[in-house]
Ligand binder design. Sequence first.
Ligand code: ZN
Length: 245
Amino acid sequence: MAEQPIAPASATEVLAIAAHRDDVEQTCGGTLLRMHSMGVSTAILDLTQGEAGTRGSATERAAEATEAARILGAGWREALDIPDGRVENTWENRLKVVEVLRRVRPRVVILPYWVARHPDHATAATLGYEACFLSGLAKIETGTAPHRPFKIVYASLYADVRPSFVVDITAFIEDRHRALMAYHSQYANQSAGSGLFVPEEEIRERTFAEARHYGALAGVRYAEPFVQKEVGLVDDLTLIPVQSL
Ligand SMILES: [Zn+2]
C-alpha cells in the first residue's frame, strides 16, 4: 500500500496576528500553548516592533519576543515594520500582511477584537481581516500563490463583549505567564514608567483573575475568550460542551 503523503512539518495551522509584541502573550498565549501541546503548529506575526514604548528598545523587545515565542512553542515569529502607535489600514500595510499570509499559509488566523481602547488593536483587527480576504485574490500578485485562511477568530480578552467560545488553558496558565514575563523590559519591577506600569505581582494577579473569570463561564478553571462572526455548527447535540445547569 502506498504511503499517504503527510503535510510538511513546517506547515503552520494557526497564525496569531497582533499589533504589539506581547499582545499575543496576553490575549491568546494559553491557546497557542494548548494547540502546540496537541501537535498543531502555530506562528505569530507582530505588526510593529515596539519602538514607541516607554520602556525598552525595539532591539530588546525583539530578543524578548523570540524568547516568549520559544516558551509558547510557536514555530515562527516575525515583526513587520509598521510604526508603533500608527497602525493604519492602508493598502501598503495590507499587502505586507498578505505577503506573510501567503508565506505562512495558516488555516486559522487569530486577530484582536475589532473594538478596543488602543487604536492599534482595533485597526489590527480590520487590517488583518482585509488582508486575509485580499490574500485569496489571484489578481493581487506578490510573487507567492494566493492563500485564504479558512477561519478567523478574534481574541476578545480586553473587549466588553460576550465571547462566542472560550479555550480551556488551565494546564498552560503558568507557561503563559512565563511567556509574558519574558518581556523583562516591560514587566520586571523598575522605576522607569512606574506610574504607568503595574508591578509584576499585580500582572500575575490580574491576568490569572481574567482567565479565571472566562474559565468560570465555561465551568473550567482558566480560559481565554474568543469571538467568531459566524454561527456555530453542531453535528451531535449530546456532545455540546459546557453544562447548562
Ligand atoms: Zn498592544
